[in-house]
Each structure stands twice: as structure tokens, then as C-alpha cells.
Ligand binder design. Structure first.
Ligand code: FES
Length: 140
């Protein structure tokens, strides 16, 4: 066998690339921006109604609620859990709620998302003042 023929035998063993095999279609849309935010399933006692400033709002971080007081004796409550990925808001400045995780801001008078990444409003939660105390959740 000539040296030339030997080289020819050793060449040409190319492997077919496996690239492209095993790619699975990504069927799940990102849930970011659409966190399922739970709301109270039982009445939640929030303490004295006067703790919420008239024209302002108060964050009840432990209860994951925000209460807004548009006028004396009137109250609106929202979930304080961000609709982006579910973090609990960390503060209310004036009538804007802040999410510490990715910086979303919410209008706490309406629940509306003012700044992303959240786009979905905070869900409203029923609330009532009873004997000077606020109670939020079902039946309120
Ligand atoms: S969880 Fe992402 S901004 Fe609130």
C-alpha cells in the first residue's frame, strides 16, 4: 500500500453534527407580569381606622394589604403583593406603593401599575370600618 492510499483511509471519518437534535419547544410563556396574587379568604383585623391618613394610604406588610382613605370614613384596600412576581411591597410614599424586588410602582388609590415590570393592577380587597377598626377581606 502506498503512503498516499493509507492517508486516504484515515481521512474522511466525519461525524454528523448532533446540533439541532433534542431541542424541545418552549411552550410555557413567562409568568412574569402575571403573578397570581392571593387575597384574604377570611376577615383580617387591621386595627384602628385612624391609622390610615385621610388622602393617603397605609401599608400593612404583615397582612399583605394596603388601605387607602380617599375621604374621612371611606376606605379602599388592595393586596400589597406585587403582580409582577409576588413580592410584598415595602413602602408607600404618598399614594405610590413600591416593590423592592424589581422596582414596580403602584397607585395605591386605584391599584394601577404605574411603573413596570408589573403591568397588572393590585387586586382590590373589600374593607370596612367597624367600631373604629378596619376589617378587610370577605364579608367586609
Ligand atoms: S416582584 Fe418584580 S417588581 Fe415586584
Amino acid at each position: 500500500m502506498s503512503p498516499t492510499a493509507r492517508r486516504a483511509v484515515l481521512k474522511g471519518a466525519a461525524f454528523a453534527g448532533a446540533a439541532g437534535l433534542g431541542i424541545v419547544g418552549c411552550s410555557t410563556e413567562s409568568k412574569l407580569g402575571h403573578a397570581e396574587v392571593p387575597t384574604p379568604t377570611a376577615p383580617v383585623d387591621l386595627g384602628p381606622a385612624e391609622a390610615v391618613p385621610v388622602g393617603g394610604a397605609k401599608l400593612y406588610r404583615e397582612q399583605r394589604l394596603i388601605v387607602h382613605c380617599p375621604a374621612k370614613g371611606e376606605y379602599k384596600a388592595f393586596s400589597a403583593q406585587c403582580t409582577h412576581a409576588g413580592c410584598v411591597l415595602d413602602k408607600v410614599e404618598g399614594t405610590e406603593g413600591n416593590c423592592p424586588c424589581h422596582g414596580s410602582r403602584f397607585d395605591v388609590t386605584s391599584g394601577k401599575a404605574l411603573k413596570g415590570p408589573a403591568t397588572v393592577p393590585l387586586p382590590e380587597v373589600p374593607v370596612r370600618a367597624e367600631g373604629g377598626k378596619l376589617v378587610a377581606g370577605p364579608g367586609a
